[in-house]
Design a protein around this ligand. Structure first.
Ligand SMILES: Cc1cc2nc3c(=O)[nH]c(=O)nc-3n(C[C@H](O)[C@H](O)[C@H](O)COP(=O)(O)OP(=O)(O)OC[C@H]3O[C@@H](n4cnc5c(N)ncnc54)[C@H](O)[C@@H]3O)c2cc1C
Length: 414
């Protein structure tokens, strides 16, 4: 980074140091680039919207990416393997199962606390000589130029920042996306996800449960200490009511939705609610700009795919930039149209598949009509019996379908 105190230059400015933005900074630190992350809320703060109380289900593809960017060794001890997935439909009395053993794998994925991941990524970035984090700071102006974009920044550091490439990783309501003239289509599901950790009577045995109910799905994911984290989808007013219930009544309502597969629920921790929508950016690239993570696509958490998809944005972007550097050496340019077009072309299929898959699940399992319920019950049972369908499903949800970037395949970036 160089320039006068009030104007600094860098190769890549990442706006948003959440799960996806910091992962990208960690990936790019291997390359001969000056990288700056601009983030309004520090990683360790209670107000951090990305690294909060949630637990994320990570696919095997994401684990490989985190290994490749140096984060996995720092978090592995805190991650819990998912050995089986059990999907059931309360309305249709049907279920389907998927097991790691059947797939010839030690785990189908892992669960990991967002805060644990945030701390690891922040530590990696702090130790990288060519990565800087401007925090707390926010972007207040965006002015695209011929060979750079100028960003107005205010906060811990105030001034102008000239970058050859700007990456919008500032979440579903991305202001940067709008500043580049890119619209987003937003579909409000009119649902909230209530999340909390619960202690069940029986050990979860590393099984992740997804239970579809007429009021919305309830997911239970295994945690390291025998607890489970729940993601309980409800109508907004119901979610508000559930948040204010006392512990006994909350657990009774949850038990009623989920059933007794894990015995009785004994305790519940802090509860939080998140409004759910599908946000889809109409383009992923603009002149010297890329939109990634939730800024490009914010998904319903029903299938636990949002961060996994965002990490593949990270792995692909890092790869097209690395390949440009390998091919063009000193004349390489991370913001060149050829680099960004290659990125957009590569991401199209994966993005469309995962958005359609996730949105389709919400609509299929949210439909209370009798014939639809009967059809989905039959589909679950067929799925349970039909190995090729299971294998194909497993590849998509494990982040191992389609054309994968090197980091997703366990191959180093450079
Ligand atoms: C209840 C729930 C459960 C989920 N579970 C899973 C799961 O199991 N598996 C999975 O893969 N995904 C899951 N997801 C999705 C996952 O959380 C998101 O995909 C992920 O957080 C996206 O990260 P991001 O960095 O793109 O965006 P965000 O997490 O929204 O982070 C955006 C960052 O940008 C910063 N920012 C905002 N405005 C500005 C600005 N003007 N300037 C600079 N910075 C700014 C914010 O402070 C924040 O740090 C879940 C989501 C929810 C709601």
């Amino acid at each position: 980074m160089n320039g006068t105190p009030s104007t600094i230059r860098c190769d890549v400015a990442i706006v948003g140091g959440g799960m996806v933005g910091l992962s990208l900074a960690a990936a790019l630190r291997e390359l001969p680039l000056d990288v700056l992350v601009i983030e309004p809320v520090p990683a360790g703060s209670d107000a951090q919207p990305s690294f909060d109380e949630r637990t994320t289900a990570l696919s095997n593809g994401s684990r490989r990416i985190l290994e490749g960017i140096g984060a996995w060794p720092r978090v592995a001890a805190e991650a819990t393997p998912i050995r089986r997935i059990h999907v059931s439909d309360r309305g249709a009395f049907a279920f389907a199962r998927l097991s790691a053993e059947e797939q010839g794998l030690p785990a189908l994925g892992h669960t990991l606390g967002n805060r644990v991941l945030g701390d690891a990524l922040a530590e990696i970035c702090r130790g990288a000589p060519r990565v800087g984090i401007l925090c707390p700071a926010r972007v207040t102006a965006v002015e695209p130029g011929e060979d750079h974009v100028e960003l107005g920044v205010e906060g811990a550091w105030t001034g102008k920042l000239r970058a050859r490439l700007v990456v919008a990783a500032d979440g579903a309501r991305s202001a940067v996306r709008g500043a580049f003239g890119i619209d987003a289509i937003v579909w409000d599901y009119e649902q909230h996800a209530v999340i909390a950790n619960v202690v069940p009577e029986r050990f979860h045995d590393f099984v992740a449960y997804e239970r579809f109910t007429p009021d919305g799905p309830v997911a239970l994911l295994p945690l390291a200490d025998g607890r489970c984290t729940i993601v309980w989808t409800l109508a907004p007013e119901e979610a508000g009511r559930v948040l204010s219930l006392d512990e006994h009544e909350f657990l009774r309502r949850l038990q009623d939705r989920f059933g007794y597969r894990l015995g009785r629920f004994l305790r519940v921790g802090h509860r939080h609610a998140y409004p759910l929508s599908l946000t889809r950016s109409q383009r992923q690239v603009a002149h010297r700009a890329v939109i990634i993570g939730n800024a490009a696509q914010g998904l319903h958490p029903i299938a636990g795919q949002g961060f996994n998809l965002g990490l593949r944005d990270v792995a692909t972007l890092a790869e097209v930039i690395a390949d440009d550097i390998a091919a063009r050496a000193a004349s390489a340019d991370p913001g060149a149209a050829s680099v960004l077009d290659r990125y957009a072309d590569w991401r199209r299929a994966d993005r469309q598949t995962v958005i359609a898959f996730t949105d389709g699940l919400v609509r299929l399992f949210g439909n209370p009509l009798g014939p639809v319920r009967a059809a989905r019950g039959a589909s679950l049972l067929l799925f349970d019996l039909f190995t090729p369908a299971k294998n194909a499903f497993a590849r998509v949800t494990m982040g191992l379908a389609g054309r994968l970037p090197r980091l997703s395949r366990g191959v180093p970036l450079t």
